[in-house]
Design a protein around this ligand. Structure first.
Ligand code: AMP
Length: 182
């Protein structure tokens, strides 16, 4: 028996579109945009993301540019938390924390406003997809530098074969609503 209010993980899984060789050859891109087109699926996604963290005392959800904004803002509202923007370098207008991190070739950089996370904040870090985990690990470091306490990572989709969660703080909960093996 199923209940209409129960998140249908299979329906969400089926809605994620895999686009081969985007943005470059060899990458199987997980496109979550079909979920945004369907208000029932979107609601189910937010419920699935929020469920593990309802009792975690989250004060801020930190969403990673840009697809981490799509679900992250609604997740924050669902958890009665504020929403902190983590953006790529040069996009935020005011004073920032910044964190560089290594890519396969070269480096990348994320930033967050100085007032986005403050001492005492319990922060849930969110992105749509965790791949290698490098971006989320950099976000975790930046939040610690700001004085916040990372209490969890919340991803809509995890790419199992890249083992990205191994790069994240061992003492911080890592939750993914959907898992993909390819
Ligand atoms: P990561 O390798 O975990 O640092 O991922 C870097 C960023 O690119 C994250 O914001 C992911 O959401 C995104 N990303 C990486 N690989 C994929 C993929 N195969 N499909 C969709 N998004 C991806």
């Amino acid at each position: 028996m199923s209940f209409s209010s129960e998140p249908s993980i299979q329906a969400l899984h089926d809605a994620v579109r895999t686009v081969q060789d985007f943005p470059k050859p060899g990458i199987a891109f997980k496109d979550v945009s079909p979920i945004l087109l369907d208000p029932v699926l979107f609601r189910q996604a937010i419920e699935a993301l929020a469920a593990p963290f309802r009792e975690a005392g989250v004060t801020k959800v930190a969403g990673i540019e840009s697809r981490g904004f799509l679900f992250g803002l609604s997740l924050a509202e669902e958890l009665d938390a504020g929403f902190a923007l983590i953006r790529k370098e040069g996009k935020l207008p005011w004073r920032t924390y910044r964190m560089e991190y290594d890519l396969e070739y070269g480096t990348d950089c994320i930033e967050m406003h100085r007032d986005a996370v403050v001492a005492g904040d319990r922060v849930l870090i969110h992105d749509d997809v965790i791949a290698t985990g490098g971006t989320a690990a950099a976000a975790e470091q930046m939040i610690r530098e700001a004085g916040g306490e990372p209490v969890g990572f919340s991803f809509l989709a995890e790419l199992n074969f890249l083992s990205g969660r191994d790069r994240l703080g061992a003492d911080v909960a890592v939750e993914a609503a959907l898992r993909f093996d390819g």
